[in-house]
Ligand binder design. Structure first.
Ligand code: GNR
Ligand code: NI
Length: 168
């Protein structure tokens, strides 16, 4: 396993659309292991493969609190089968937009289909933080960042802040 570099805005890869993977094999599991280690190191609660420069439709996540045992989850080729009309506003952050936080409105519940670490097809409902996080991660697979849901002014301020942070 290895900790990989997390790309930050305005890296062009973050706008790329990631491609579906053919299936889950040992090479993909090795990538998911690296992603998880990178996410824990950051630390973050989710990570999309493109955030480490790998344009595949793969996500890792762990929503366990610090005092709880680790609960890694893996989502390969995820699809949203249904989204609620009801929305939830949540203060989001992103490892690719470090130290910037703002509220985004998203459907409060979604139904998902994906392949897990074993390559089995899973259908599952998500709500609360799980729904927020999976939608944030799935946006990454389509080259969309949470700041793309904000006004242009806020988005530009966020990118400016990250550039300044990096120059420091
Ligand atoms: O670590 C993360 N926290 C977070 C908080 C609120 C909404 C979404 C997230 S995901 C983020 C990690 C990340 O950037 N994943 O792409
Ligand atoms: Ni993110």
């Amino acid at each position: 396993m290895a900790i990989r570099e997390i790309l930050t805005v305005p890296h062009p890869a973050l706008k790329q659309v990631s491609q579906p993977v053919a299936g889950v094999d040992d090479a993909l599991r090795a990538l998911m292991d690296d992603m998880l280690e990178t996410m824990y190191d950051a630390p973050g609660i989710g990570l999309a493969a493109i955030q480490i420069g790998e344009p595949h439709r793969v996500i890792v996540m762990d929503l366990a609190r610090e005092e709880e045992p680790k609960a890694p989850r893996y989502f390969v080729n995820p699809e949203i089968l249904w989204s609620s009309e009801e929305t939830l506003g949540y203060e989001e952050g992103c490892l690719s937009v470090p130290e910037y936080f703002d509220e985004v409105q998203r459907p409060s519940k979604v139904r998902l289909r994906y392949l897990n670490y074993q390559g089995e097809t899973v259908e599952e409902d998500a709500e609360g933080l799980f729904a927020v996080c999976i939608q944030h991660e799935m946006d990454h697979l389509d080259g969309v960042l949470f700041i793309d849901h904000l006004s242009r002014l806020k988005r530009e301020q966020a990118v400016k802040k990250v550039k300044k942070l990096r120059a420091a």
